[in-house]
Ligand binder design. Structure first.
Ligand SMILES: Nc1ncnc2c1ncn2[C@@H]1O[C@H](COP(=O)(O)OP(=O)(O)OP(=O)(O)O)[C@@H](O)[C@H]1O
Length: 366
């Protein structure tokens, strides 16, 4: 397959009850029947999809996430990541742990993956295995959300022999300095759970969410103070009565809920300021990577240095931005005029991301 551009969906959340009470004005509007958004009366941004405050979780899922699930089951890697200011609706959009009407992307992916795999098994006899890992990046430290007792372990990021980003877990922490050269066998991968149904997958996610760093800030009562990466690894074994098919393939879907960018606000505790500084630094590095990749695509120049190494989140997203995955960025914004500066920043970054070209290859097929 040739190059594909990163797709960007914009989602504008409704004004929240406290914003209505405080009489916030709406300054972000979707231009009807288009994927364009107006900020104030003079700034216009175009995306692949645009969802206004009345859009349902179903609409968001069906138009832009479901095609990626189909891609995953065809053997390619895919990523969905939510990006935006704190309190803009990223976690609402992602959901996780609720199969009802309000369930978000994670819930719908879980249902969709298992229903499609069930159909493949019934019609073509495909044998499947789904494994899940769930990681958190908090204050530049990676934590395994499925391994509660991992406090003395250090996760670090490296490439595997196929050129993919691999995550390696090292025990104990002090081996870290020596392990790469002399104790290479002393590492473990993040904990992988095998799951056989949507319900089982969602209960693993819920258990991981309990360990996630969520705090109250001036902007959001339940603010995610960390980035999370939920990865579904799907292995498919095809019956050998069709010689045109490879005997097996393995592909992964990464669902990344980024912590929100935030201006320093009065009233936040000092610990919240430290977290914000880390979050903003990572997101700044992400913005830089997006800008450099977009410029590189625009100039058709392959040799530019991409600053992936400036933070862990950009290293984790390396396969998804300028790499080998099919990628969807869901940019979430508030409609309020109080957030206009942050909203314009998010929209500018999201508009640039649409120029990034990835080169999907079914690299993990053996
Ligand atoms: N589309 C929506 N419809 C209704 N309510 C929404 C929508 N999007 C967000 N909300 C509400 O807005 C509030 C903030 O949303 P959410 O926690 O998802 O923001 P966030 O971007 O994840 O913030 P943070 O980065 O601080 O974690 C929540 O109360 C959520 O229920």
């Amino acid at each position: 397959m040739g190059e594909v551009c990163v797709k960007v969906a914009l989602r504008v959340r409704p004004l929240l009850p406290n914003e209505l009470i405080q009489n916030h004005k709406v300054c972000v509007r979707i231009v009807p029947d288009t994927a364009q958004v107006m900020v104030g009366s003079d700034k216009l941004f175009s995306f692949d999809h645009a969802f206004g405050p009345t859009a349902t979780q179903d609409e968001v899922y069906n138009s832009c996430v479901q095609p990626l699930v189909e891609t995953l089951l065809q053997g390619d890697n895919a990523t969905v990541f939510c990006f935006g200011q704190t309190g803009s609706g990223k976690t609402y959009t992602f959901g996780g742990g609720n199969l009802g009407e309000e369930g978000g992307i994670i819930d719908r992916v879980a249902k969709n993956v298992f229903s499609l795999l069930g159909e493949k098994k019934n019609s073509d006899g495909v044998e499947t295995k789904v494994r899940v890992t769930y990681l958190e990046l908090y204050m530049e430290q990676l934590h395994d959300l499925l391994e509660p007792h991992n406090t003395d372990k250090e996760l670090f990021i490296s490439k595997n022999d196929k050129g993919n980003t691999a995550l390696l877990l090292l025990i104990p922490r002090w081996y870290f300095l020596f392990a790469l050269d002399s104790l290479g066998q002393w590492w473990w991968e993040p904990k992988k759970f095998s799951v056989t149904s949507a319900e089982e997958l969602l209960s693993v996610v819920e258990a991981g969410n309990v360990l996630r760093h969520i705090k109250t800030t001036g902007m959001n009562e339940h603010s995610s103070r960390s980035h999370t990466i939920l990865t579904l690894q799907v292995e498919q074994g095809f019956p050998n009565n069709n010689p045109s098919l490879k005997p097996s393939c393995s592909s992964k879907l990464c669902l990344v809920d980024l912590a929100g960018s935030e201006f320093a606000r009065k009233g936040n505790k000092e610990s919240r300021h430290n977290e914000s500084a880390h979050i903003n630094r990572g997101l700044l590095a992400l913005g830089n990577v997006i800008r450099v990749l977009a410029t590189r695509a625009h100039n058709n120049c392959k040799s530019t240095h991409i600053p992936y190494r400036d933070s862990k989140i950009t290293r984790l997203l390396q396969d998804s931005l300028g790499g080998t995955a099919h990628t969807l960025m869901v940019a979430c914004v508030s409609p309020s005029h109080h957030s206009i500066a942050e909203t314009v920043g998010v929209l500018q970054c999201a508009a640039k991301a649409r120029h990034i070209r990835n080169c999907p290859t079914a690299i993990s097929t053996h």
